[in-house]
Design a protein around this ligand. Structure first.
Ligand code: NG6
Ligand code: CA
Length: 511
C-alpha cells in the first residue's frame, strides 16, 4: 500500500471506532466522547435566533439547536451567576450553600476542595479537564496575596488546567489567572485588590468621571481600568491587565489551543464566555454589527467565537467525538450598571422571548435559558420539552462515562439529553437572590416574600410578592395570570412538596 492509502485506511478505521463509541453511548453503554460545556453569561431565552430572536442572527449557536437537542424547558439553577455556576459544577442546588451568592472579586472559594464536582468525576473516568473563561466561584481562603500562588481555586476542585477571569468583567482584579498565577504579572508591579477602600492616589469612577469612557449608572464607580469604572478597587499589575475589547478573542484562542494540545485523549472543557454581561465591550470588528448597541454586538461576537471554536474541533478531527452542551448562567438584563444603549437601542428585540422577568428574577426568564446538546453524527435533531437543569450534568455525564458520582440534587437526564427520552425531571427548586420557587410539571409556585417587586437598579421584575403566586406555564407562559387565589388546593399540594425539599424555613416573611 502506498503511504497515502495507508493513511486513508487508518483514518477510516479511526472514524469507525469513533462511530462505534458513539453508538455505545446511545445504547446505554459507556462512551468517552470529549465533553465541552459552552456557557454564556446573562444570555436570555430569546437572545438567539433559534429560540425566536428576529433582530439578531446567531447562525453558529443555532447549529446546536437545529442539529442537536433543543430544550424548551432547560434551566439554570439560579437567576444569577455564582449560584448557577456552583450548581452546574457541583450538582448541588446553590440554595443549600449560603455562600453561593454573587461574589466580590476578593471572595474565598465557595466549593469545598472535598466536594464532588463535575471535573473531578470526569477526571476519575480518565478525562483531562480544563476551564477557560469566567470563574466567579471565589479564590483562596481569605486575604489572597495576588502576587503569589492563588489557591485553592479551579485546580483544587478538579480542573487540570485553568485560564480564568476571577469574578466578572466588571469586577477587580482585571487580570487573567493561569493555574493560580496572574498571567503576565511583573513582580516589580504587584497587584493589590480591595473591596473595602480605595488605594491612596488611585482614581475612581466616582471622583474622576473625566477619566472614564464608559459611564456608570449604578455601582461600578470604583477603580478605572481601560476607561471603564469597575466594582472593587485595584492597584498595580499594569502589564497584566486585560484588554476588554480583546477578551473574547483571548479566551477563544485559549480554548482552541486547548483542543489542539489535548485532542489525543478524552477531555472536558468548560468554555465560559463573558458575553453579554456588562461591561459590554465588543471588539471593533463587531461594533455596530447588530444595530442593537453593544449588548447585541457582543452576542454576535460570542456567536462568531463559537463558530471559530467549532471550526477548530472540525480541523482537529474531533468534532464527531465531542458532545457539546450550550447554555447560559441566568436570564437577560439590559441595564446592569453602565449607560450602554442596551435599552435605547433595543427596538423589537425581546431578550427573554415570551417569558416574564429576567436576571435576578423568580419569574421564569430568570432561570429558563437556552439549553442545547449537540453531538454531531450521534444525536438526532429534536426539540424537547423535557424539564432539565444544569445541576443534572453531573449525574448524566457520570452515567455516560460509567463513573460513580457523589450527587445530591443532580438527576440522571442522559436519555433526555441525548434525545432518546421525553422524560425530564419531575420538579426543580429555583433560586433568585436567596429566595426560591418551585416548578413541578407545568406549574410554578412562588411563595410569599418580602422585598422589591421591581429591582431599583435594573428595573427587572423580581417575581417577589407578599402573596402566593401560582402559574400554569402551559397555558400562560408569560406568567400573567396568578391562579393562587382560585386554586388553593394546588397551592397547598405544591407547597407541601416544595417544603419537603426546601425545608419550612425558606421565607423571609416572619409569620
Ligand atoms: C451585581 C452588579 C451587576 C452584576 C452582577 C453580577 C451592582 C449594582 N450590580 O451586584 O452589575 O455585576 O452583580 O452578575 O453592582 S452575575 O451575572 O455575575 O451574577
Ligand atoms: Ca450571569
Amino acid at each position: 500500500m502506498k503511504l497515502k492509502n495507508i493513511f486513508t485506511f487508518l483514518l477510516f478505521l479511526g472514524l469507525l471506532s469513533v462511530q462505534a463509541q458513539n453508538k455505545k453511548a446511545l445504547s446505554g453503554v459507556e462512551a468517552k466522547p470529549n465533553i465541552v460545556v459552552i456557557y454564556l453569561d446573562d444570555l436570555g431565552y430569546g437572545d438567539i435566533s433559534s429560540y425566536g430572536a428576529t433582530e439578531l442572527q446567531t447562525p453558529n449557536i443555532d447549529v446546536f439547536a437545529n442539529e442537536g437537542v433543543k430544550f424548551t424547558n432547560g434551566y439554570a439553577t439560579s437567576a444569577t451567576c455564582t449560584p448557577s455556576r456552583y450548581g452546574l459544577l457541583t450538582g448541588v442546588y446553590p440554595w443549600r450553600n449560603a455562600k453561593a451568592r454573587i461574589l466580590p472579586g476578593s471572595a474565598p472559594l465557595i466549593i469545598s476542595t472535598k466536594q464532588e464536582t463535575l471535573p473531578k468525576m470526569l477526571k476519575r473516568a480518565g478525562y483531562q479537564t480544563a476551564i477557560v473563561g469566567k470563574w466567579h466561584l471565589g479564590l483562596g481562603s481569605g486575604n489572597v496575596n495576588w502576587n503569589e500562588h492563588i489557591t485553592p481555586g479551579p485546580n483544587e476542585v478538579g480542573f487540570d488546567d485553568a485560564y480564568i477571569l476571577a469574578a466578572t468583567q466588571d469586577r477587580t482584579p482585571t487580570v487573567y489567572i493561569k493555574d493560580g498565577f496572574i498571567d503576565g504579572l511583573d513582580p516589580k508591579d504587584p497587584v493589590f485588590v480591595s473591596y473595602k477602600k480605595n488605594f491612596d492616589g488611585e482614581p475612581t469612577g466616582l471622583d474622576n468621571p473625566e477619566l472614564t469612557t464608559m459611564k456608570w449608572h449604578h455601582g461600578h464607580n470604583n477603580s478605572i481600568v481601560n476607561g471603564i469604572p469597575r466594582i472593587g478597587y485595584m492597584k498595580g499589575g499594569e502589564a497584566a491587565k486585560w484588554s476588554d475589547v480583546d477578551m473574547a478573542d483571548h479566551f477563544l484562542e485559549k480554548a482552541q489551543a486547548y483542543v489542539r494540545t489535548h485532542k489525543s485523549k478524552p477531555f472536558f472543557l468548560y468554555y465560559a464566555l463573558q458575553q453579554p454581561h456588562v461591561p459590554r465591550t465588543p471588539n471593533p470588528r463587531f461594533v455596530g454589527k447588530s444595530k442593537l448597541g453593544p449588548r447585541g454586538d457582543v452576542i454576535l461576537e460570542a456567536d462568531w467565537c463559537i463558530g471559530e471554536f467549532m471550526k477548530t474541533l472540525k480541523e482537529e478531527g474531533v468534532l464527531e467525538n465531542t458532545l457539546i452542551v450550550f447554555s447560559s448562567d441566568n436570564g437577560p438584563v439590559l441595564q446592569d450598571g453602565y449607560f450602554d444603549d442596551a435599552i435605547e437601542k433595543l427596538g423589537k428585540h425581546a431578550p427573554a422571548g415570551k417569558l416574564r422577568g429576567g436576571k435576578y428574577s423568580l419569574f421564569d426568564a430568570g432561570t429558563r435559558v437556552p439549553f442545547m446538546v449537540y453531538w454531531k453524527g450521534t444525536i438526532k435533531p429534536k426539540e424537547s420539552k423535557a424539564l432539565v437543569c444544569q445541576v443534572d450534568l453531573l449525574a448524566s455525564f457520570a452515567k455516560l462515562v460509567n463513573e460513580k458520582a457523589d450527587m445530591s440534587d443532580s438527576e440522571n437526564m442522559l436519555p433526555a439529553l441525548l434525545g432518546k427520552s421525553k422524560k425530564g425531571r419531575e420538579n426543580i427548586v429555583l433560586e433568585a437572590g436567596g429566595k426560591t420557587s418551585y416548578r413541578k410539571g407545568d406549574w410554578v409556585l412562588i411563595p410569599p416574600y418580602k422585598g422589591e417587586k421591581l429591582s431599583w437598579h435594573s428595573l427587572v421584575e423580581t417575581g417577589v410578592d407578599r402573596e402566593f403566586q401560582l402559574y400554569n406555564l402551559k397555558k400562560d407562559v408569560g406568567q400573567t395570570n396568578n391562579l393562587a387565589p382560585s386554586n388553593p388546593k394546588m397551592v397547598k399540594k405544591l407547597l407541601a412538596e416544595f417544603e419537603a425539599i426546601r425545608g419550612k424555613d425558606y421565607s423571609n416573611i416572619k409569620k
